[in-house]
Design a protein around this ligand. Structure first.
Ligand code: IPM
Ligand code: MN
Length: 374
């Protein structure tokens, strides 16, 4: 059977890391006897600067009709104002396909140095399930000058349509605001995914992250949803952590965690910290999942424009994301082979990119992992 995958290399180091991911996936497909067809999409900074196009609904519909998943390098370019490509392509795609789960494994592999003194591979091995469509990411807000202003803001999704008709009366010169929004349905579905993940992996603890002691409206709903879903899983222990506290515990006692579920923005922040304790951004993969739709796989790091074209970046985050993609399209064995090969190359320690204290290139690393799969 053939898997058709949309390939979006993107900006900065995107094309070089994606090339290594493709190399490794193709090797796995050769060994396991299946075919991959890549359909390339050149969305990103160059295309935007030439044509003003970010990503069109036609493109998104075409991918939906013809491909099983999207493999993405990275987006972002210093020639474009921050936020345009990120919101216009990355977030647009996540929301369009309702990829409500952002799964980010935090695993320190053997052979990788951990910045935390005395922590080893057995201490850092958990999954962060980040909600991926709501919270402060819904993108509604505004700013008003002194006086009375009416603003209509809307969140239009497949899951719901919500409109805020605001009537702001202000006696100060300028006020800006951003609305964070959660829905009961939006919370429960991602929390359920976290519990199912825990069940599948025989984990015994699911931790919920929030800031309900201050932002009690939205994270109060998050908590109620968590409590509600957790009742369906009596065999799994639960706890609530405030987001500030969890950053402290990641450093002090990462071995405590098994599965963590977090609202979008806190999930963004804690997964960068998670990446660091697993050895760096070059090692951290991410999966934007809609279990019934199109999912998208990418490293959690950005486009690192400074390193563009230098062939020095570590491609492991992207290769690992490729393994998560194979899992999603049902190629469990090949996914495992890739992750085993990554582990084996790191453990051996002969091939190491700059971030790992070595002198090998991005493509050296891709070659070594592909070779290990044979
Ligand atoms: C990430 C990134 C994105 C996010 C940005 C680029 C929109 O930081 O994938 O973690 O905040 O989700
Ligand atoms: Mn981030």
């Amino acid at each position: 059977m053939k898997h058709k995958i949309a390939l979006m290399p993107g900006d900065g180091v995107g094309p070089e890391i994606i090339a290594e991911g493709v190399k490794v996936i193709e090797k796995a497909s050769e060994v396991d006897n299946f075919e991959i067809e890549w359909v390339k999409y050149d969305n990103g900074a160059d295309k935007y600067l030439e044509t003003k196009e970010l990503i069109t609904e036609d493109t998104l519909e075409e991918i939906k009709k013809t491909c099983e998943a999207i493999y993405l390098g990275a987006l972002g370019d210093p020639r474009v104002e921050p936020g345009i490509l990120e919101k216009g392509i990355l977030l647009k795609t996540r929301f369009y396909y309702d990829q409500y789960i952002n799964l980010r494994p935090v695993r320190l592999l053997e052979g990788v140095e951990c910045p935390l003194k005395s922590k080893t591979a057995k201490d850092i091995n958990f999954d962060i399930v980040r909600e991926n469509t709501e919270d402060f990411y819904v993108g509604i807000g505004g700013s008003v000058k002194k006086g009375r202003t009416k603003q209509g803001l809307e969140v239009l999704r497949e899951l719901y349509k919500v409109k805020f008709n605001l009537d702001v009366d202000s006696d100060t010169d300028e006020v800006a605001y951003q609305i964070g929004m959660l829905s009961r349905k939006g919370c429960e579905r991602v929390i359920k995914y976290a519990f199912e993940l825990a069940k599948r992996k025989n984990k015994t603890l699911v931790t919920s992250v929030d800031k309900a002691n201050v932002l009690n409206n939205i994270y109060g709903l998050w908590r109620k949803s968590f409590e509600n879903v957790s009742r369906q899983y009596p065999g799994i222990q639960t706890e609530f952590n405030f987001v500030d506290a969890i950053t402290m515990w990641f450093v002090k006692q990462p071995e405590h965690y098994q599965v963590i579920v977090s609202p979008n923005m806190f999930g963004d922040i804690i997964t960068d910290l998670g990446a660091m304790i697993q050895g760096g951004l070059g090692l951290a993969p991410g999966a934007n999942i809609n279990p019934e739709g199109i999912s998208m796989f990418e490293p959690i790091h950005g486009s690192a424009p400074k390193y563009k074209g230098k062939n020095t970046i570590n491609p492991i985050a992207t290769i690992w994301a490729g393994a998560l993609m194979l899992e999603q399209v049902g190629r469990m064995e090949s996914a495992k082979k890739i992750i085993d090969a990554i582990e084996s190359v790191l453990k051996e320690g002969k091939v190491r990119t700059k971030d790992l204290g070595g002198t090998n290139s991005c493509s050296n690393m891709g070659d070594a992992i592909a070779k290990r799969i044979e």
